[in-house]
Design a binder for this molecule. Structure first.
Ligand code: PGA
Length: 252
């Protein structure tokens, strides 16, 4: 069944001690707040995961990595494998964030390898897609997103695909304060769901959780989450303050 999810992507922020405090604050706020059936995920830096898993109530908050390697194991200095991520107690792995695509030149084929390794290691991929500003201006945004899905995910068999969470993050909205309008988000989320329907089937399309990401805040989360095809958010900046993050979690 499709889930409502709010995931906090901390990116390269917080030294370990601060990260632990932030995780504890989120956990404590959630202990005393009725959030219904919303699934909450924190994605701290790799270095923090083991410690953060220890301070969270597993039934309230889960942990994700922000990335994983495209190779299984071996001589890849500086890389962290999906198997290692899994062994820390994390349940999810963000894959294909636009910052990875842009700064580290990760292409759809590399990301597809990461998705497969995450799945093999029982991690749930949160697969990010989204267009650049110039691509939207050129009215090419649907093609870009379609290509990211086709090359990044659509060689998975149904059983594998049905585990995937998708995050639509228009790159022009990430960290810019400029949020997609609810209409823009709904339009693209519906388009993504239609493509999944065409490739797989209507049941899988209906069950796929599609998150919105890009300058989502407590003040705009409700109007985004109200849309029928927006199932929650992948939150950057606003996930670094426990109260703001809670404001988004309670916006459904
Ligand atoms: P933002 O980042 O909320 O700071 O715009 C979103 C993301 O990159 O996942």
């Amino acid at each position: 069944m499709r889930k409502k999810i709010v995931a906090g992507n901390w990116k390269m922020n917080t030294p370990l001690q601060e990260g632990i405090e932030l995780a504890k604050s989120v956990n404590n706020l959630l202990r005393t707040t009725n959030i219904g059936d919303v699934v909450v995920i924190l994605a701290p830096p790799f270095t923090h995961i083991t410690e953060i898993v220890k301070v969270l109530d597993k039934n309230i908050v889960s942990v994700s990595s922000q990335n994983c390697a495209s190779e299984h194991k071996g001589a890849y200095t500086g890389e962290i494998s999906a198997e290692m991520v899994k062994s820390t107690g994390a349940k999810y792995a963000i894959i294909g964030h636009s910052e990875r695509r842009t700064y580290y030149k990760e292409d759809n084929l590399t990301l597809n390898k990461k998705v497969k390794l995450a799945l093999e290691n029982n991690l749930i991929p949160i697969f990010c897609i989204g267009e650049l500003l110039e691509e939207r201006k050129a009215n090419n945004h649907f093609n870009i997103v379609k290509n990211q899905l086709e090359e990044g995910l659509f060689n998975l068999v149904s059983e594998e695909f049905s585990k995937i969470i998708i995050a639509y993050e228009p790159v022009w909205a990430i960290g810019t304060g400029e949020v997609a309008t609810p209409e823009q988000a709904q339009e693209m989320h519906k388009y993504i769901r239609d493509l999944i329907n065409q490739k797989y089937n209507s049941q899988i399309a209906d069950d796929t959780t599609i998150l919105y990401g890009g300058s989502c805040k407590p003040s705009n989360a409700k109007e985004l989450f109200e849309n029928p095809d927006v199932d929650g958010g992948l939150i950057g900046g606003a996930s670094l303050k426990a109260e703001d993050f809670l404001g988004i979690i309670t916006a459904f």
